[in-house]
Write a protein that binds this ligand. Structure first.
Ligand SMILES: [Zn+2]
Length: 491
């Protein structure tokens, strides 16, 4: 149980060191300074967010004989020290999960009437209070109705909705938030430094992302996964069963390329490699979000629409994943929906737009550019710059009538624009090759002309763009993709 030892060692002994609960800290310190500590608190919130730690700090502040100016307990008097190492008789901690009987509560009720042994006040901390039986709840309620002046209650729960309303209404309630990844990483970094652990930042972040805002679990994991004074990303990844970045990128390109069969086999590989699919879905969603934000920044409308669709589907898969009978099934369905139904609907939307536009034109523009130019002069984009081509990328896409070419072209990023030529980079050879046949170039150049009323040459290249934010990983994927040619099966 080494991890518990490390957690205990770094359990905050002052409000100042409490991580990630700024509002609660301030309100409590104000109450302590103002001498208005409530006789009954209810601390609600997810596990490991500091409820019990805060409860102990309040208990110390109630009894401390040398309270500091800011309201902090002194950490030196016998009550502070006693509370810190669990020797203070008048601080009574009850775990309702294991002491749930009515007799326990009756005994508690009787004991309450005795004055504190040494301290100024008796403080009862009842953890997981929602686990109390109904009768025990009622017994507790009676004592809460008329608490003796020397008694304080701090109730804590991870499931506030299971606590009786009559109890809640008699307590001052605080809702503890999940601690942010940033705060957890900062705290882990501090502990690593104190313990002379050589910890990779990536490793700390990966831990923080996997504890759902709970600092206790984070510290426990860090302790558990540190070996010979080192904590590496690779070891954390291996232990947590987090699918690597490569699997995420792989699945992403397969979906973008509408390769349903390969995407489904990737999901099954991840599953049979022993990864937790829910964790994978979560990591994948984070990756998609990064891509979406980048696409919005690049004014890449088509890509943004596709990513919103993907996020929708994978969010759904993540939500039902917990109760799925066949673990892979929700992810498989998400892939199928995006690769077929989802994208068809996105394309339909785009096509509808195009056909609507065409309806309003009296003459098909392709053969008679002069007439169209006259009719729709204002509709042409005059400015031929990188910025404007990027901005009008969705319009170019709308004018590509070949769906396969459109799909490939929308994965590209415009990188250079001159009077005579536009350059578009692709992350994978697959798309590049599709565009690089003569027809692909013609179709796109025609679409470009419709938007800019200018003939330019299309230049396509393999670049380090589009799929991921890590160039290194991208190169590896590109190379793998190029080597496989997307036709060779892995077996
Ligand atoms: Zn003290």
């Amino acid at each position: 149980m080494a991890e518990i030892a490390l957690y205990r060692k770094y359990r905050p002994q002052s409000f100042n060191h409490l991580v990630g609960q700024d509002n609660i800290r301030q309100t409590l310190l104000n109450a302590i300074k103002g001498g208005s500590i409530s006789h009954a608190y209810l601390f609600c919130g997810p596990r490991g967010t500091g409820k019990t730690t805060t409860a102990r700090l309040v208990a110390k502040a109630i009894n401390c004989t040398d309270l500091q100016e800011g309201g902090e307990p002194c950490e030196k008097c016998e009550f502070c020290l006693g509370a810190s190492d669990g020797r203070l008789i008048d601080l009574i901690e009850i775990d309702a999960a294991s002491n749930r009987s009515i007799d326990e509560m009756r005994a508690l009720k009787e004991k309450i009437n005795f004055a504190p042994t040494r301290a100024r006040a008796k403080v009862y901390i009842i953890d997981e209070v929602h686990m109390l039986s109904k009768d025990a709840f009622n017994a507790l309620l009676k004592t809460l109705e008329e608490p003796p002046s020397h008694v304080y209650f701090i109730l804590a729960t991870t499931e506030a909705h299971k606590v009786l309303e009559t109890i809640i209404s008699r307590c001052q309630r605080f809702d503890f938030k999940r601690i942010s990844i940033k705060s957890i990483v900062a705290r882990l970094g501090y502990i690593a430094q104190q313990e002379s652990v050589d910890a990779e930042l990536d490793a700390l972040e990966l831990i923080a992302r996997n504890v759902d805002g709970g600092l206790r679990d984070a510290i426990g994991l860090m302790d558990q996964l540190t070996s010979e004074g080192k904590l590496t990303y690779a070891s954390v990844k291996e232990s947590l069963g987090v699918a690597g970045f490569k699997a995420i990128e792989q699945l992403y390109s397969q979906i973008v390329e509408k390769d349903t069969a390969k995407a489904l086999s990737t999901i099954n590989e991840i599953y049979f490699d022993g990864y937790d699919l829910n964790q994978f879905a979560k990591d994948f969603l984070e990756f998609l979000r990064d891509q979406m934000l980048a696409a919005v920044k690049e004014n890449d409308h088509a890509k943004t629409v596709l990513l919103v669709e993907m996020i929708d589907q994978f969010q759904w898969a993540y939500e039902i994943g917990r109760s799925a009978v066949i673990p892979q099934l929700p992810l498989e369905m998400a892939v199928i929906k995006i690769c077929s139904v989802g994208v068809v609907s996105v394309e339909e939307k785009v096509e509808k737009k195009v056909s609507k536009k065409e309806e309003t034109k009296s003459v098909p523009d392709e053969e008679e550019p002069l007439i169209v130019a006259e009719q729709e002069k204002a509709d042409y984009v005059i400015d031929l710059s990188l910025e404007s081509v990027k901005r009008n990328f969705p319009r170019i896409l709308e004018n590509i009538d070949n769906p396969a070419i459109k799909r490939s072209f929308q994965t590209g990023v415009v990188t250079k624009v001159t009077d005579a030529e536009i350059t578009v980079s692709f992350a994978t050879n697959f798309h590049l090759e599709k565009i690089n046949n003569v027809q692909g170039h013609d179709v796109i150049e025609r679409a470009f002309k419709k938007v800019f009323a200018k003939s330019v040459k299309l230049n396509c290249e393999l670049g380090k763009v589009n799929i991921g934010h890590k160039e290194k990983a991208n190169d590896a994927v590109d190379k793998a993709v190029a080597d496989l040619g997307w036709e060779v099966s892995e077996g």
